[in-house]
Design a binder for this molecule. Structure first.
Ligand code: DC
Length: 224
């Protein structure tokens, strides 16, 4: 599928827990661009598979992925015009989605769905391979020390009243980094042209403001 290169894209990827989602939302709001939560598309495929309520084949999954219509109005997610923001975060979806996301036919269908969202006035896609999927000069890769990401996860857990030992949270983050970078399909790696941002000492507002400054500066230069 061809991309409309005249539509600006600010691609944000990087390690789990570096704040990609929040940073993308701040930027999207500021510029009036749609924010694409790339994981949500895989979650929608898994959710549809569960809704089928019968054993499904690989063929079924790729057909579901090809036919679904996912949109991101406001901070919600709609699937075939129905709001599924909460449903796609269900535990059963969490369990199935890594398998769904590892199927090449599903990835290819999701890639087309992602590219079809490149519409005016612009798009802020976030997720591990966005710097590779989108052809854009504005690519950013967020990183942070595992200990800092574990602290952030501990704070989120406390807000949700979930209590897990710090050492366990840290171990899970290190393990996830390893899995993400070693997997065969779309492993986590920085696009050579992406600007690396170490977010260890900065909050999401500061990171978003850095990206916005960079983006505006580069856009002005390329318009000259
Ligand atoms: O970020 P998340 O938990 O919503 O992602 C859901 C699943 O999709 C997870 O297994 C990682 C996978 N994923 C992917 O393979 N590529 C992306 N760009 C985003 C998510």
């Amino acid at each position: 599928m061809k991309q409309d290169l005249s539509v600006p894209v600010i691609a944000i990827d990087g390690v789990a827990g570096a704040g990609k989602g929040t940073v993308a939302k701040i930027i999207g709001k500021e510029l009036g661009f749609t924010v694409l939560d790339s994981g949500a598309l895989y979650r929608c495929v898994a959710y549809l598979a569960l809704k089928l309520g019968r054993p499904y084949s690989l063929g079924d999954l790729s057909i579901l992925a090809r036919r679904m219509l996912v949109r991101f109005p406001g901070e919600r997610v709609t699937l075939n015009y129905i709001d599924v923001t909460e449903q796609i975060r269900a535990h059963e979806v969490d369990l199935l989605v890594p398998h769904v996301a590892s199927i090449p036919e599903v990835r290819s269908a999701v890639r087309d769905a992602q590219i079809s969202l490149r519409l005016p006035p612009g798009l802020v896609p976030e997720g591990r391979d966005m710097g590779y999927i989108f052809d854009t000069p504005h690519r950013f890769y967020l990183d942070a020390e595992p200990e800092e990401r574990a602290k952030r996860r501990m704070r989120q857990n406390a807000e949700r009243r979930v209590f897990v030992e710090f050492s366990e949270v840290l171990e899970a983050i290190i393990e996830r980094d390893k899995l993400d970078s070693e997997r065969t399909h779309s492993p986590l790696r920085r696009h050579p042209s992406a600007t690396l941002i170490d977010t260890t000492k900065f909050n999401e507002v500061e990171v978003a403001s850095f990206i916005l400054t960079h983006y505006r500066h580069d856009s002005l230069l390329s318009a000259r």
